[in-house]
Design a protein around this ligand. Structure first.
Ligand SMILES: [Fe+2]
Ligand SMILES: [Fe+2]
Length: 391
């Protein structure tokens, strides 16, 4: 089994020598080329439980059931909004053999989906509690309101909403909690839309800022104190339209995490087309930063590299899209393989059946408890390191 995509030269940290590379960077012409997030990929222990949770509990739609192209005997599951929109897809490699992962440098802390309104968060809280999911919040912070939960593998998922017309105070939210109400189904006004942000972990504000600013043209990152943990910082990175689709959690004391079950594997940003992607690749090559080269993933084209702390990043094209090989109404209903993997279908299906027979898990799962406060790095590490017995 391959831990991660099989990307030559990309299996280690990228920090050695990168600060001198970055300091040599000239101004670049890539401003505006990165549009936001494309997808976020994680690791799950069991596709059946994973599917029930992301479709039945979070109300997403499975839009692709395929295999990991770098490890074709393991599944790759894609969930997105109803229209399979770019920037809404959370994807999972099913790797039951992998140990539980740990948040830290190179292994991101959490991801956040956007909810349609602050009112819908109250419904989400009631719904998730009714499903036995551990929830904390809502918290009013930094102009947004957020609720946090953990999926059956332990991934921290934030659901966040803003209301530009009204400032919502914590006091208001605490008062509203006294009347929780009851919700028996996910209604249209609750549907999650695109990702709001991803939160990798890094050591050095300056280095991470320069990396995104000078390499990808994501200008003027902003730092803010982390309200959940003194001594740590939130570094907001984005473009004019989406100024904080990356919200790094910066701690000088953060140690290395590792990717495993229940953790983010990589974070993909979106570019409009192949030419934009090639421009980024040329810049990586000019600067001597290791990268995968462009890889055809059939539903999009991918380019991988690591940030200075070893977090695996991808730049993916918008097209061709998830409907390239399935009718829009049939997305994700059967195992599809890219044409070059199709000759191996019989062996793959046999292997997956064997995996399933050895990998039975009960539904509903015993949900891991969500950390409080949810965006504290130390707490997250402590919770993650307790392992399965804490679940
Ligand atoms: Fe967050
Ligand atoms: Fe990806």
């Amino acid at each position: 089994m391959l831990l991660g995509t099989q990307l030559p030269g990309l299996l280690g940290r990228n920090a050695h020598g990168i600060s001198s590379v970055i300091s040599r960077m000239s101004e670049n012409q890539l401003d505006g080329i990165v549009k936001g997030l494309h997808h976020i990929t994680l690791v799950t222990s069991n596709q059946v439980i994973n599917n029930k949770f992301y479709t039945g509990v979070l109300g997403l739609r499975r839009v692709k059931l395929t295999v990991n192209q770098d490890d074709v005997y393991h599944r790759h599951l894609f969930y997105a909004d109803e229209n399979a929109s770019t920037g809404s897809a959370i994807t999972f490699f099913e790797w039951p053999e992998l140990p539980r992962g740990q948040v830290g440098l190179g292994s991101p802390h959490h991801l956040a989906y956007t909810a349609p309104s602050i009112d819908s968060l109250k419904k989400w809280e009631a719904w998730l509690i009714s499903q036995g999911v551990s929830v904390t919040g809502p918290y009013a912070r930094d102009g947004r309101v957020s609720l946090y939960l953990r999926d059956p593998d332990g991934v921290t998922v934030e659901i966040t909403a803003t209301d530009p017309d009204h400032e919502v105070t914590q006091q208001y939210l605490d008062e509203a909690k006294k009347n929780p109400g009851s919700v028996t189904a996910i209604t249209q006004d609750m549907r999650l839309t695109k990702f709001n942000h991803a939160t990798p972990v890094a050591n050095d504000v300056k280095l991470t800022s320069m990396f995104f600013d000078k390499l990808l043209g994501l200008r003027n990152p902003i730092t803010k104190p982390n309200p959940d943990q003194e001594g740590t910082t939130i570094l907001e990175i984005g473009n004019e339209e989406r100024p904080d689709f990356m919200r790094y959690l910066i701690s000088e004391e953060a140690s290395h995490g590792f990717v495993g079950k229940g953790n983010v594997h990589h974070i993909a940003m979106v570019v409009e087309d192949d030419e934009s992607q090639r421009r980024i690749m040329r810049r990586l090559n000019d600067l001597g930063i290791q990268n995968s080269g462009v890889i055809d993933r059939f539903w999009f084209h991918s380019l991988y590299f690591r940030d200075p702390d070893g977090n695996l990043l991808e730049v993916a094209t918008k097209g061709p899209g998830y409907a390239a090989d399935e009718a829009p109404e049939e997305l994700g209903t059967k195992l599809v393989l890219p044409s070059w993997v199709e000759p191996q279908r019989k062996e793959i299906e046999t292997f997956l059946r064997e995996t399933d027979s050895k990998n039975r898990q009960a539904w509903p799962p015993r949900y891991p408890k969500v950390a409080t406060p949810p965006e504290a790095l130390v707490v997250a590490l402590r919770v993650a390191s307790r392992g399965p017995s804490s679940r």
